[in-house]
Design a protein around this ligand. Structure first.
Ligand SMILES: *Cc1c(COP(=O)(O)O)cnc(C)c1O
Length: 450
């Protein structure tokens, strides 16, 4: 095939381009009074604060850009939606409408995908712990299974024997791609020979057939070249398997791990500078593939990107409840949303926008949540003008991992709404109440007070 791409350019370290003494002009006190044309105040009046808001337009746009980046460079790509990144039905449904299959890492997620109408043969089943019953269902329904351990291979073999049918299986491998620390706890290690042992284990069984390789090396990987290493090692290993064991490797699943344009704590540069564009990842991944594959061979490239697709489509509206001067001179704000609903606050200093222009010199400020926990800090340093009580802050990107990893600790989880492409607002997850929380509790008869 004629190469329809140019040699990639290695990006210089871009610290040199940053204007270091200019304060944090890129990040603070931006005014945003609407999301996709819907006034922030109207959203809060109707749905309360805090409030998660998802933009259907941004989600679809982001996915389409992603798909374009890969499909214009390689002829055989499957995108599979990482459920654990955000498994709200409405979000998954949008991505399924866009053509994504489902990537699940537990029987709960598997069930969720099935209930949404995704057939088993459009599910990729990953994860280090797959109960045997879940494996049986996945096998019967034709899901792609990437085995993580020798025990899992034995379970699959037993099920295949019981069913009297040979079962196709992929294996998850881990490897050194230069990323530190290396995730070595998932799947079989390549360099130590463990991955080849797994291949031998499969080859020795009359019930198993190896048909794919999977590798998810980490998350928020800022170095596109790591994927290049990953892909080359996967292709080499695939050919080693095909030549020595007679299996056909039908797919190479490179996992997820691509970053969103979010501001990682401890990284000085704004995300627009620090985070490479998706096209750069696509270029390196597909170039490495096309250079290492044998002519005419185009195994399916599976991509499980999570945060890179949904993070920027999510906002959180939160409200200033109180203000205090801290002993170190900083300004402290107490908000109505904390790490209970913003798990990724442990990773990021989100972009902060305010709903109205505020006059006054920006001061170094800390954003605290409403919890009785010292670690309940949303942004640890933000230059903000003096915000009156009741000011709405719009935090972003918060679309990835928050509405799955949030916890019900001392407060209810709030409403989640979706603004569709016509600007219409839909409630996609109702706020919790006392009934939801207590529904599963039982009070023994002898402990009843009333
Ligand atoms: C979490 C996960 C993903 C998605 O990861 P992102 O970093 O959000 O892209 C993909 N594949 C597997 C196996 C995962 O565990």
């Amino acid at each position: 095939m004629k190469k329809a791409y140019e040699k990639p350019v290695i990006n210089p370290v871009r610290v040199g381009l940053a204007n270091k003494m200019s304060g944090k002009a890129y990040a603070y006190s931006r005014v945003r009074d609407n999301i996709d044309g819907v006034p922030v105040e109207e959203l809060v009046e109707k749905y309360g604060s805090p409030l998660f808001v998802f933009s259907e337009r941004k989600l679809r746009e982001q996915f389409r850009r992603f798909r374009r980046a890969f499909e214009t460079r390689y002829p055989n790509v499957e995108f599979t939606w990482s459920y654990k990144t955000n498994y709200l039905k409405a979000i998954c449904a949008i991505l399924h409408q866009e053509g994504e299959t489902a990537e699940v890492v537990s029987e709960f997620e598997y069930e969720k995908a099935r209930r949404l109408g995704i057939p088993g043969n459009q599910i990729v089943f990953n994860g280090p712990y797959k109960p045997k019953e879940a494996l049986r269902t996945a096998i019967l329904e034709g899901a792609r299974i990437n085995a993580d351990t020798f025990e899992e291979l034995s379970d699959i073999e037993e099920i295949a024997k019981e069913l009297g049918q040979k079962v196709k299986v992929g294996i998850r491998i881990n490897m050194d791609t230069g990323i530190q620390p290396q995730w070595s706890r998932f799947g079989f290690n390549l360099e130590s020979g463990q991955a080849e042992d797994a291949v031998k284990r499969i080859a020795a069984s009359e019930w198993l057939e190896l048909n794919g390789l999977h590798c998810h090396m980490g998350t928020f990987i800022l170095e596109p070249r790591a994927y290049e290493v990953e892909v080359r090692k996967m292709v080499n290993f695939a050919y080693h398997i095909e030549d020595n064991y007679g299996f056909k490797i039908e797919y190479l699943d490179i996992g997820g791990g691509l970053p969103s344009k979010n501001r990682l704590k401890g990284i000085y540069l704004p995300p627009e500078v620090a985070v490479p564009d998706i096209e750069e990842y696509a270029e390196r991944i597909t170039t490495a593939l096309l250079e290492s594959l044998r002519p005419g061979d185009f195994p399916k490239l599976i991509i499980e990107a999570g945060r890179a697709i949904v993070d920027e489509a999510g906002y959180l509206i939160t409200t200033v409840y109180a203000t205090k001067r801290l002993p170190n001179g900083l300004k402290g704000y107490i908000l109505d949303a904390g790490v209970n609903i913003l798990f990724t606050a442990f990773w990021y200093n989100f972009k902060v926008e305010i709903d109205r222009p505020v006059h006054g010199a920006p001061e170094p400020s800390v954003l605290y949540g409403p919890l009785c926990m010292n670690i309940d800090v949303i942004n640890d340093l933000e230059y903000l003008p003096p915000l009156p009580r009741g000011t709405r802050l719009i935090l972003s990107p918060v679309g990835a991992y928050n509405v799955t990893q949030w916890m019900q600790f001392i407060r209810y989880r709030p409403n989640v709404v979706l603004i569709d492409t016509e600007g219409k607002v839909h409630l996609i997850r109702e706020a919790e109440n006392i009934e939801d929380i207590e529904r599963r509790e039982r009070l023994p008869e002898h402990l009843k007070l009333v």
